[in-house]
Design a protein around this ligand. Structure first.
Ligand code: PGA
Length: 256
């Protein structure tokens, strides 16, 4: 068993309305595994159905939101707040996904504000970071990841939450939805350097408790190798989380 446990998280992005969500959970082969957690981030609209589906089937699957607004209420047309999510029983949120950064203009400052607000409201946050292909080819991977994390590490609320209610997903942007997975060696090297950065800034105990998930074209054919790496504590999965068969196959690859 891994020291930090294993988290298998599915990010459905803008897929699966309530009907498809219900069908997914009905068909998903699931059995409890010690030391491993399964979580799905459906669209806002499918959150209630997802919760009802897992609760009524007695499946211990966590359900989280893909985003939220840092303010608790107000004139923010089209947005969803933390208290609204908590009212329906959601206590997990995914923040900083590269698609939020790229298509919705979320800067490190915006992501920090959301992260702090989420933690203050009692959410558990999975914070995504990752470099583009141009940045990797220019040898800037470390600098980019450090930049994406530095304001979070410097914030006292976030710093105190790392390893308890704040965890990381490393998702190289060039690997998301492209079929180009980072090799286990590339991923492990980056995860290990992220853990050293956490150790330097937060100290060993906190750094050792932070789960660092790998994301980017994770499939049943590469997950076992990734999971075998010392600093990879699970996967954040897009495409392969949409079908119960492939997500179930990923779950079955986690050693009991
Ligand atoms: P992918 O997406 O597995 O389809 O590459 C991962 C993600 O964006 O979280």
């Amino acid at each position: 068993m891994k020291p930090r446990g294993i988290l298998l998280a599915g990010n459905w992005k803008m897929n699966h309305g309530p009907t498809a969500a219900q069908e997914f959970f009905r068909a998903l082969p699931y059995s409890k595994k010690p030391g491993a957690t399964m979580r799905i981030y459906p669209s806002f609209l499918s959150l209630s159905t997802a919760l009802d589906s897992v609760n009524s089937a007695g499946k211990e699957i966590e359900i989280g939101a893909q985003n939220f607004h840092a303010e608790k209420s107000g004139a923010f047309t089209g947005e969803v707040s933390g208290p609204m999510l908590q009212e329906i029983g959601i206590h997990q949120v995914l923040l900083g996904h590269s698609e939020r950064r790229q298509y919705f203009g979320e800067t490190p400052a915006v992501i920090l504000k959301k992260t702090v607000s989420a933690l203050q409201q009692g959410f558990e946050v999975l914070l995504c970071i990752g470099e583009t292909l141009a940045e990797r080819n220019a040898g800037q991977t470390q600098a980019v990841l450090t930049h994406q994390l530095e304001s979070t590490l410097a914030d006292p609320i976030c710093a105190a939450a790392f390893g308890t209610s704040l965890h990381l997903a490393y998702e190289p942007v060039w690997a998301i939805g492209t079929g180009m997975t980072a090799t286990p060696a590339q991923a492990q090297e980056t995860h290990a350097s992220l853990r050293s950065l956490l150790t330097r800034t937060l100290g060993q105990t906190s750094a050792d408790a932070v789960q660092i998930l790998y994301g980017g074209s994770v499939t049943p054919s590469n997950f076992a190798e990734l999971l075998a790496c010392a600093d990879i504590d699970g996967g954040l999965v897009g495409g392969a989380s949409l079908k119960p068969e492939s997500f179930g196959a990923l779950w079955n690859l986690i050693p009991s």
